[in-house]
Ligand binder design. Structure first.
Ligand code: ADP
Ligand code: MG
Length: 597
């Protein structure tokens, strides 16, 4: 038997390494930008074509490379940033593994031009699939410019896995922002197909955040600053009223490196506990500085994870810092969730049973109270939960309404409770309808029908609304546009991350167009793995959820009647589009039980 083990060629080894470091165009952008930062550039210009699938070019005015270094930079484990294992614990640069250029050159066609200011001539190297095609002297400005063409051209299987241009561009913008948020002193420029997407002049942190995420954020930033022997923390957190139900503006930077840290995220969330609704997430831009010896960033090839030596203490310090900042701004007492259309009612999950609505009374007041017999806790009487599991689903609505109904005084069949539930007497007891879910169901069926029949039903707005999005969200909007048009939006591009809304589906009309669009965008972002054929249903679901009335809305008798009529004209009035119960019946026997002595 011959020996069977052999050492892989450099080209193959590089391709394997590339699999870890370079997953998509955005990874190339990240690595090249980080190299430019490490090279001490004052200006970094990123230009991509076709979301980086055709071309990614990063140009800097940093230190440049010598002829020999330029050649060596494409070797695996070739780096100027560390030389021994000890250096791993004193890392101040973005890179140190010496893998990025080797990996990029293994899976694309690269042209490098570089010159140090001390050299008269620069160097130009062409390299593709790890093979040097040419190296020569050229005239070039100081600094480095790298062009990466046709990413994964030699690995069709990986190229096939790239997503749509909008999705890939969104990822590029995210990576661009991560680097831009760590180096405010550097000027950054991002162009896509010749269009300027972001231009960030050198500025302070607050200004940089605003240039990336939009001016409106300015009023919502609370500065954060805490210095301890273990870590120094600075940055900004969002005011509680700015918290949203979506992710997007949550950033940790450790020693000026963007990292994901679910554990520390929880620390921030704890700082906001009880002052924002439970499903909301605050914005934050938090920078932690610590002795590099106390952290390990080498636990993941893309270095987006970091391990702290003393995670628990950092957790405590961060939590205290966030609480202090919120307290200092004395925001808590001025909170008014109702302004945001949210009230403090428990969120019902799929299996929660509807409780008998509680009536606000003074439990101590009882004109007939017999001091002798009144020993039981009044709470006990009121916390009774009905058992109506046997009546999960109501199928015969007509029969349900046959009797009862006319018995509420004031001539109404319906009673709205807590601006949340609609109550009505029915044959077998009391029917309780969740008003928001009912509306969601109605909208969902209406939008679905319009989609199936291809009816266009955009309602033109009197005053077109101009909405500026963050750069990544704007890309999502562009990708979403065809879907939005199909469900009845009339939206046009204005450039500069701005859209103009000329019409919205009649069913969703009203105020807060931006919020509705944001909710739809947020939902769309979660759909990356959903097959194309199912996206339309998801989009309609998201639109219905975004357009449905909030709890807390007081309804007139006519509005209630209309909602109930439309609900029971639906194919499935029992459940909301996401499968939560809409209608429950509290049986007469259940009520009777309440009055048993
Ligand atoms: P790392 O950044 O981990 O050292 P890379 O493969 O990204 O590894 O780069 C290899 C080396 O090439 C770097 O250590 C640096 O010396 C040099 N280099 C890469 N990009 C630039 C640049 N834009 N300007 C100057 N030198 C660069
Ligand atoms: Mg690098």
């Amino acid at each position: 038997m011959p020996d069977i083990i052999h050492v892989l060629s450099d080209a193959v080894a590089n391709q394997i390494a590339a699999g870890e470091v370079i997953q998509r165009p955005a990874s190339v952008v990240k690595e090249l930008m980080e190299n430019a930062v490490d090279a001490g550039a004052a200006t970094i210009r990123v230009m991509v074509k076709d979301a980086g699938k055709t071309l990614i070019q990063v140009t800097d005015n940093g230190c440049g490379m010598s002829v020999a270094d330029a050649r060596l930079s494409f070797e695996r484990h070739a780096t100027s940033k560390i030389s021994g294992a000890d250096d791993l614990f004193a890392i101040r640069t973005k890179g140190f593994r010496g893998e990025a250029l080797a990996s990029i050159a293994a899976v694309s066609e690269v042209e490098l031009k570089t010159r140090r200011h001390t050299d008269e001539l620069g160097t130009r190297i062409l390299i593709s699939a790890s093979t040097i095609d040419s190296q020569e002297h050229v005239q070039s400005p100081t600094g480095t410019s790298i062009q990466v063409r046709n990413l994964f051209y030699n690995i069709p299987a990986r190229r096939k896995f790239l997503k749509s241009d909008h999705t890939e561009l969104r990822q590029i913008i995210n990576e661009f922002n991560h680097v831009a948020l760590t180096h405010r002193e550097i000027e950054f420029l991002l162009l896509h197909n010749q269009t300027e997407i972001l231009h960030l002049p050198p500025s302070n942190l607050r200004q940089r955040i605003i240039s990336v995420f939009g001016k409106s954020l300015n009023n919502y930033l609370i500065p954060l600053e805490t210095n301890t022997s273990i870590t120094n923390i600075h940055g900004f957190i969002g005011k509680p009223e700015h918290a949203r139900t979506r992710y997007g503006e949550q950033f940790f930077f450790v020693n000026n490196r963007f990292v994901k840290h679910p554990y520390l995220h929880k620390a921030v969330m704890s700082g906001y506990e009880k002052i924002i609704p439970p499903d909301h997430i605050p914005s934050y831009f938090i920078y932690l500085e610590t002795d590099p010896a106390r952290i390990d960033v080498n636990i993941h090839p893309s270095k987006t994870e970091v391990k702290f030596e003393d995670e628990k203490s950092i957790w405590q310090i961060l939590l205290a810092s966030v609480k202090e900042a919120i307290g200092r701004n004395n925001l808590s007492p001025s909170l008014d969730f109702n302004k945001e259309g949210v009230i403090d009612i428990p969120v019902l999950t799929k299996n929660t049973e509807v409780q008998v609505p509680r009536i606000e009374i003074n439990p101590d007041y009882d004109p007939f109270r017999d001091e002798e017999n009144y020993r039981r806790d009044p709470e006990e009487h009121r916390s009774y939960r009905p058992d109506h599991r046997n009546r999960e689903r109501v199928d015969d609505w007509e029969q349900l309404f046959e009797a009862g109904a006319e018995t509420i005084t004031a001539g109404n069949k319906y009673l709205q409770i807590k601006n949340k539930y609609i109550l009505s007497p029915v044959k077998s007891g009391v029917m309780v309808i969740d008003q928001r879910r009912a509306h969601e169901r109605v909208l969902y069926e209406k939008l679905s029908k319009a989609w199936e029949n291809r009816e266009s039903f955009a309602q033109q707005t009197l005053f077109p609304e101009t909405i500026r999005f963050s750069a990544p969200d704007y890309q999502v909007c562009l990708e979403l546009m065809p879907w939005l048009e199909k469900i009845g939006f009339d939206i046009r591009e204005l450039g500069n991350n701005t859209l103009v809304v000329h019409g919205i589906p009649a069913e969703l009309s009203g105020t807060r167009t931006r919020e509705k669009l944001e909710k739809i965008i947020e939902h769309y972002k979660t759909l990356e793995t959903v097959p194309e054929t199912e996206i339309y249903d998801e989009m309609i679901r998201a639109a219905a959820s975004a357009g449905a009335m909030d709890y807390g809305k007081l309804l007139s008798n006519t509005e209630i009647q209309e909602l109930v009529d439309r609900l029971f004209a639906c194919r499935d009035p029992n459940y909301s589009p996401s499968g939560k119960p809409v209608v429950k019946i509290i049986e007469l026997e259940t009520l009777d039980l309440q009055f048993k002595v």
